[in-house]
Design a protein around this ligand. Structure first.
Ligand code: ADP
Length: 484
């Protein structure tokens, strides 16, 4: 049994902006089921404090560079018995809003201090210096918010092995040099082979340089980030670490209990491979929800997404409006929030095609389940996609994904080519170039195939039979922990 400290700035169901939160709950639970002693450390955001009736203070610590002491609170992760430690510093985390800022006002101005504090606390726990009498064998950090922790303990003689997982290289935690100075970070870290990145402080580099091993969330993304196109200037460093055998891609899994069409309480009618016809009732339900005609013949396209450029929302808008103009029998149901211009464009599309488009701007987990169950096709034309979870949920719900051939999308969807269909392994539709035209062409093929119910049903069944549970991924992480 290994002791694993899992550090993340988001954990479902307590606080979530994206896939990181899902992974940070499911992976620790899966590791615990494999007999490991796992503990999670997360900032005590207001939402987290409100989620627990009773919460115990187990340590009070003073962190270098910060004036006031902070507390470690202990609870258990909901629906599990994984121990959860919450870093309680009211000044930094107990405030209205999301984990990184207010929805429309951008990031908090003190994010460098907030996540330097978090990284400092992770380092103290990793070295068993908080008086908790628990020293991990492995410190598993996730994304830039935890990136300074491996750097802070790199030279400590009794430190645990460190792993840093990149969930999205696009977010790096870059701050001016003045932030480095005000945070009182060790001078020895400030150089180009350290956490300096072209005169800026890079939290992400703390993980990339100092962790014993780097992982990212799909094999294809692990290769892509070593290239100029996806590397954001870090491709040289990442290629070097890959050459040393210190960069691995492990595809995320999904929580098969939460995302299970056979027992999903959010949907009108549960279904499985053997009762697949029941999916139609969910199609009617989602059409009704969005006030669209309950038309079985229309191909319903679903989207659940952060509305940002990464997700190719502009490609969707252009491709779908071209198809609708040309009279294609499709409907679009979209749930998302993000950049105001995309929200506005989606509302305008709805205004243009009121009987074909349904839009819900916001964040709604229950509606996300209803869309997965009700749509025929799930759209993910991402420009890049480290792993992506929604295409995995879609496969499980028999909602065929239409994806760009990148990152985790490339690794999880098998294209409906003639050959793959003949071999009965096709699960969705892939396209290469990041253009609306390429998406539109692939959608035309999907529309065409949908007119052949037997072929479509076969693909749905193949998709639903795929196994993307955490079992496989957790085993891969365990093997990696062992190798360290
Ligand atoms: P990313 O982490 O880049 O946002 P992923 O596909 O890895 O993308 O994970 C997104 C997660 O967030 C999924 O669980 C998805 O269902 C959820 N999600 C995104 N937007 C919404 C929304 N508006 N309402 C409900 N769930 C959402």
């Amino acid at each position: 049994m290994r002791k694993i400290l899992f550090a993340s700035s988001e954990v479902h169901p307590l606080i979530k902006t994206g896939g990181l939160a899902d992974v940070s709950a499911s992976l620790p639970i899966a590791l615990q089921q494999h007999g490991q002693d796992v503990r999670i450390i997360l900032p005590a955001y207001r939402q987290c404090l409100e989620a627990f009736d009773k919460i115990e203070t187990v340590a009070t610590i003073k962190l270098d560079g910060f004036y006031l002491p902070v507390e470690i609170l202990q609870a258990t992760l909901p629906d599990s018995d994984v121990i959860l430690w919450l870093l309680h510093s009211p000044e930094h985390f107990d405030r209205e809003g999301g984990p990184y800022g207010l929805p429309k006002s951008g990031d908090w101005e003190d994010n460098a201090a907030r996540f330097a504090l978090f990284s400092r606390a992770i380092a103290v726990l990793a070295l068993d210096q908080a008086g908790l009498d628990w020293q991990p064998d492995i410190l598993h950090c996730n994304d830039w918010q935890t990136g300074l922790a491996p750097a802070l303990i790199a030279d400590e003689p009794n430190r645990p092995a460190t792993i840093f997982t990149i969930h999205n290289l696009a977010y790096q935690g870059l701050y001016p040099q003045s932030a480095f100075e005000s945070l009182d970070l060790p001078e020895s870290l400030w150089h180009s082979d350290g956490i300096e990145f072209y005169d800026l402080l890079s939290f992400m580099k703390g993980g990339l340089i100092y962790a014993d091993h780097i992982t990212t969330v799909s094999p294809t993304y692990a290769q892509e980030i070593c290239s100029y196109e996806f590397g954001y200037g870090l491709e040289g460093l990442l290629s070097q670490r890959a050459k040393e055998g210190r960069l691995t891609g492990i595809l995320n899994g999904i929580d098969n209990n939460e995302w299970d069409p056979e027992s999903d309480q959010n949907i009108r009618k549960t279904y499985s491979v053997t009762t697949i016809r029941n999916k139609l009732m969910n199609k009617a339900a989602i059409q009704h929800h969005f006030s669209l005609p309950e038309n079985y013949d229309a191909l319903v396209l679903g989207i659940i997404s952060r509305l940002v450029s990464q997700k190719g929302i502009d490609l969707t808008l252009d491709a779908v409006s071209a198809l609708m103009e040309s009279g294609a029998n499709i409907q679009l149901v979209c749930l998302g929030s993000g950049e105001a211009s995309y929200e506005q464009d989606l509302r305008m599309l709805r205004a243009r095609f009121p009987d074909k488009v349904g839009v819900h701007i916001g964040y709604d987990e229950s509606l996300a389940h209803k869309i997965e169950a009700g749509a025929d096709v799930f759209l993910m034309p991402s420009r890049f996609e480290p792993c992506g979870l929604n295409q995995l949920y879609s496969l499980r719900y028999g909602t065929l994904p239409v994806v760009r051939n990148t990152g985790g999308l490339a690794d999880s969807v098998t294209d409906a080519t003639d050959e793959n269909r003949k071999n009965e392994i096709a699960t969705g539709f892939k396209f290469e170039s990041s253009t609306a035209k390429a998406l539109e062409e692939r959608l035309l093929q999907a529309i065409d195939l949908y007119k052949h119910p037997r072929i479509w049903r076969k693909m749905m069944i193949t998709a639903m039979e795929q196994d993307y549970s955490w079992e496989k991924s957790a085993t891969a992480y365990l093997e990696l922990y062992d190798s360290l």
